[in-house]
Design a protein around this ligand. Sequence first.
Ligand SMILES: Nc1ncnc2c1ncn2[C@@H]1O[C@H](COP(=O)(O)OP(=O)(O)OP(=O)(O)O)[C@@H](O)[C@H]1O
Ligand SMILES: [Mg+2]
Length: 252
Amino acid sequence: MLKVHNLRKRFGGVKAVDIDDISFEQNQLTSIIGPNGAGKTTFFDLISGFTEGDEGKVFLNEKNITNSQPFSIARQGMVRTFQLTKVFDRMTVIENMMFSGSNTKNDSLFRSLMKLSTQKNNENLIREKAFEIMKDLNIDHMADSYARELSGGQKKLLELGRSIINDPKILLLDEPLAGVNPKLAEEILSIIQKLSDQGITIIMVEHNIEAVMKISERVIVLAEGSVIADGNPEKVRKDPKVIEAYLGSGNE
Ligand SMILES: Nc1ncnc2c1ncn2[C@@H]1O[C@H](COP(=O)(O)OP(=O)(O)OP(=O)(O)O)[C@@H](O)[C@H]1O
Ligand SMILES: [Mg+2]
């Protein structure tokens, strides 16, 4: 479903990403772990079009999407969230949701082809869908609050909500549990599990090893830009390279 080949990115002397080949299976929940600076976020930046690589190719459903624009990649069904949330602080929660919802590929089409009444209809549909998602995420009671009034964890939920309103096929989640209290982390984790059960392919970067081991079907370990281990959680947990590079380093 998603494949990368010879993907490399340097920042000065630092090899941020240096990956020969990885592919991701449809409907699998994969986590990417690794110490700080291992290149996890840069990997997401490269495959989602936010950074241009020095070398390499990215394929989404056999289609070459290397260096495509983020919005174009999102329209093709691969959507990401950010380590530092990117919600619009000065918009309300529902406005944030609807802003993402109106960004669909149907939008320009319906705008140009349909009448005003249909537009209104469409807006109502997006609103309905936004409320449905907000309810699932337990932020519907905050609909009219400004995003800046949300807690860190609620912002993570809002970003997750925005990322799923257009029915993505692949979700890239960059540290969805970071800075979130344990109870909310548990909730977010079960939402991620549910999205996976609904058929969304999920690739998650996370430092919370316990959560990763619990939820993932596959774990990929990056260190200094390269893959040092890849397999099911049990296998990866026991890998001496992983223990040395990551689990033993106090980086959790
Ligand atoms: N824009 C940039 N300019 C210069 N160096 C960068 C830039 N972005 C990342 N780097 C460097 O590339 C390397 C990989 O960084 P990256 O943010 O991808 O790591 P990470 O695995 O996401 O780390 P963390 O777990 O701390 O989020 C690091 O050495 C980092 O300092
Ligand atoms: Mg990162």
